[in-house]
Design a protein. Structure first.
Length: 502
């Protein structure tokens, strides 16, 4: 058994701990990986716990395009063999290549590469990954849903074409729960269980997780909570002293990170990597963001007496738009279509994502405000509060849609997301039908509690519980705690791969 990990940025530390646990508990000794971020690559090369048979560093593969000769016949072969259905989706998902974002802050949007250079990058990435998979022959590749680059998407589709088992972790389901699927969009095992239970309704009430699902739904409706603690609402910062404290803390963090970037720039080869953030660009973008925050947009009042429909803006650039909704990721366009489709007397409340505040320029919101039935509400307002009184929730692929259906509200989505498989959720693929979908959800929606309980049962049965993977990924620094909390996910991985306990 050989397991390959997609180790994107700081997830490398989580993936490495998963490898250690698989070795300790299930005797797996062969691992390889595709790594983003040189610091993560250096860590994996220097550690002594796991002997990786091969590690690919995305930045090193990227450099090879400058020496590559464009081969259109080879690209035609790639398109015929691995196209979805052509090769452009592999490039379109990569925000660094297409917009120079992550290197620069949103809303910066200017590619550094020509058409020919992009094709060379795609060509060299595909060649390297095919050679890597043919040499390593992994039995399984573990992904998270964060497939946001040319290399990672190529790795996914080439591996699938080769018949390699794919296990993709989805984090945004239930609190402290991680689901595994063989697809980055949908949870195949959960859907299979769900459909089997729907066909045998007499088995639902006796399901092993039925009482847990029922209790969860009651508690969530009484006191809803986000799927990860790091996405909880920020504490009230209205007091002057609290605001000052936050400002000083942010200034200190910005200064500390700038010094770190300067140190890297003058002492390490990382400055030559295409994904590296230049200290000067960091200062420029940070200054622009701080300047925007000095002149904040004046939000509309949130009035719960209105007949309103809710649309939450999503974080961007992120895979939730670029990967799961590549044809509808223009959020201004979607809002305009929704606004034109509302019945008379309804308004559309648009709420900014809390993490995007001060990133989007005021002109973005002013364009939305030109629509008479659109109101922009403060991102500090709890989404649960807006959902509670909304007549309908619309979203592209946001977690808000899943939370809304748990709160017994009608939902319309525009992208591909796991909860689309619940019959109560309507997915809009044709904008001409949107007014009729809205009318149907407003007038004919009936919440089916048994249906949602059945889906939760299937989700609990096919997920790792009592694990906040996002918190471990982004905040936890204690390696022992990481390993301890990753145990349920390792056991679920082993179950899917039919591994025996050591």
């Amino acid at each position: 058994m050989k397991i390959c990990f997609l180790l994107q940025r700081r997830f490398a530390f989580i993936g490495h701990n998963l490898a250690i646990l698989l070795k300790e508990k299930y005797g797996v000794t062969d691992f390889c990986g595709y790594v983003y971020l040189r610091s993560s690559y250096n860590f994996l090369k220097e550690q002594k716990e796991i002997n990786y048979t091969s590690l690919l560093l995305d930045d090193e593969i990227h450099k090879q395009y400058k020496k590559e000769t464009l081969d259109l016949k080879y690209l035609e072969y790639l398109e015929k063999t691995y196209g979805i259905p052509n090769l452009w989706p592999y490039l379109r998902v990569d925000r660094v290549l297409m917009s120079n974002q992550l290197v620069r802050e949103y809303p910066y949007d200017q590619s550094l590469y020509s058409h020919e250079e992009l094709l060379k990058i795609l060509q060299v990435q595909a060649k390297t990954i095919i050679k890597f998979l043919e040499k390593e022959k992994p039995n399984c590749i573990f992904f998270t849903q964060a497939i946001g680059g040319v290399g990672s998407l190529l790795l996914y589709h080439i591996a699938k074409k080769m018949g390699i088992t794919i296990l993709c972790a989805t984090l945004n389901t239930l609190p402290r729960t991680v689901a595994l699927g063989s697809d980055y969009m949908y949870l195949d095992k959960v859907e299979e269980k769900f459909q089997a239970l729907i066909r045998s309704p007499q088995q639902i009430s006796s399901h092993i997780f039925y009482e847990q699902a029922k209790q969860f739904l009651i508690e969530f409706n009484n006191r809803p909570q986000p799927y990860s603690q790091i996405h909880g609402q920020k504490k009230n910062q209205t007091k002057r002293g609290t605001i000052d404290l936050v400002i000083y803390k942010n200034l200190f963090n910005s200064f500390h990170w700038f010094i770190h970037l300067l140190y890297e720039y003058f002492t390490q080869e990382i400055r030559y990597d295409y994904s590296y953030t230049n200290p000067i660009y960091y200062l420029i973008d940070r200054f622009k963001r701080k300047f925007r925050s000095l002149f904040p947009f004046k939000y509309d009042n949130f009035e719960i007496t209105d007949n309103y429909i809710f649309f939450p803006l999503q974080l961007e650039p992120e895979v939730s738009l670029l990967l799961l909704a590549p044809w509808v990721n223009d959020q201004q366009y979607i809002i305009k279509q929704i606004a034109k489709s509302l019945p008379v007397g309804y308004i559309l409340y648009v709420k900014e994502h809390p993490q995007m505040k001060s990133y989007r320029p005021a002109s973005y919101y002013k364009k939305l405000k030109k629509m008479h039935n659109v109101k922009i509400v403060d991102p500090g307002i709890s989404s649960f509060e807006v959902i509670k009184h909304a007549k309908l929730i619309t979203t592209i692929t946001g977690t808000v849609g899943w939370e809304a259906i748990l709160l017994k509200k009608p939902v319309i989505t525009f992208g591909d997301i796991f909860y689309n498989k619940i019959p109560m959720v309507k997915n809009c693929k044709n904008m001409e039908k949107l007014p009729w979908l809205i009318k149907e959800q407003l007038e004919k929606f009936k919440f089916n509690e048994q249906e949602i309980l059945t889906y939760i049962c299937a989700l609990l049965e096919e997920s790792a519980q009592n694990i906040d993977l996002l918190q471990l990924w982004e905040q936890e620094t204690d390696e022992n705690k990481k390993k301890e909390n990753l145990q349920p996910l390792v056991d679920l991985l082993a179950k899917r791969l039919n591994l025996s306990h050591k």
